[in-house]
Design a protein around this ligand. Structure first.
Ligand SMILES: Nc1ncnc2c1ncn2[C@@H]1O[C@H](COP(=O)(O)OP(=O)(O)O)[C@@H](O)[C@H]1O
Ligand SMILES: [Mg+2]
Length: 236
């Protein structure tokens, strides 16, 4: 479904991503784990066109995403939940969700209403507080809103950048159960995480990124029990 092939990305002379290959198949949860600065966000930004690749290919259902405008990526069914959530703090919950459906245009009111119902069903808390300003939300609630906003676009795949960052353990549990639920409804997930333990528990397959290179990859359960992974990422 999503294929990243021989990807290289630079920031000036810094070679941030080196010959990275990642494949995400339809219906999977694939996680990309790695320490701070490993290059996780750079890979997501390259997929969504926010950062230009030096070389390599990114294809989604056969479409060459590297040739697309960032604003057009979503029309192919690729939604991005950015690191740090980036909800619109001065807008209400409802307005934030509407922003997630901007590509449908104003004509498609029915579609937007149906997507909104779907999101409210999944997140009753967002429904209850739909007229509240997003800036008044807790970190966990903002993360839910960011996921809800991505779902408004009716995506085939969601790219999530460290959704658990800065959240309380209870909220982390909740976010990960939301990820599983979203996936169970047929949406493919590429999950970027520093929380390797939680990510490996929910994922089907995983890639371990170290200073811009894929160090290990494979079945998530196997990596959870891999000695190298345990020492470096699970504190065991
Ligand atoms: N805008 C930028 N300019 C220069 N270097 C950057 C920029 N963004 C990221 N980097 C560098 O690229 C590397 C990967 O960063 P990033 O993709 O943010 O890692 P991660 O998301 O895994 O924490 C780091 O060495 C970081 O310092
Ligand atoms: Mg990052």
């Amino acid at each position: 479904m999503l294929k990243v092939e021989n990807l290289n990305v630079h920031y000036g002379v810094i070679h941030a991503i080196e010959d990275v290959n990642i494949e995400v198949r339809d219906g999977e949860i694939v996680t990309l784990i790695g320490a701070n600065g490993a290059g996780k966000t750079t890979i997501l930004h390259t997929i969504t066109g926010l950062k230009k690749a030096t070389s390599g290919a990114v294809t989604f259902d056969g479409t060459d995403l590297l040739k697309e405008q960032p604003s057009r990526i979503i029309t192919h069914g690729v939604a991005h939940v950015p690191e740090g959530r980036h909800v619109f703090v001065d807008m209400t919950v409802r307005e934030n969700l509407e922003m997630g459906a901007y590509m449908f245009g104003r004509k498609d009111k029915d579609k937007i209403a149906a997507r909104m119902d779907n999101v409210f069903e999944k997140f009753p808390r967002l429904k209850e507080r739909q007229n509240q300003l997003a800036g008044t939300f807790s970190g966990g609630e903002q993360q839910m809103l960011a996921v809800g906003r991505a779902l408004m676009a009716d995506p085939k795949i969601i790219l999530m950048d460290e959704p658990s960052m800065g959240l309380s353990p209870l909220m982390v549990q909740e976010i990960f159960s939301i990820i599983k639920e979203v996936n169970a409804q047929g949406i493919t997930v590429l999950l970027v995480e520093q929380n390797a333990k939680m990510a490996l528990k929910v994922a089907n397959r995983a890639y371990v990124l170290e200073t811009g290179k894929i160090k290990l990859s494979g079945d998530a359960q196997e990596l959870l029990h891999n000695d190298e992974v345990r020492k470096a990422y699970l504190g065991a």
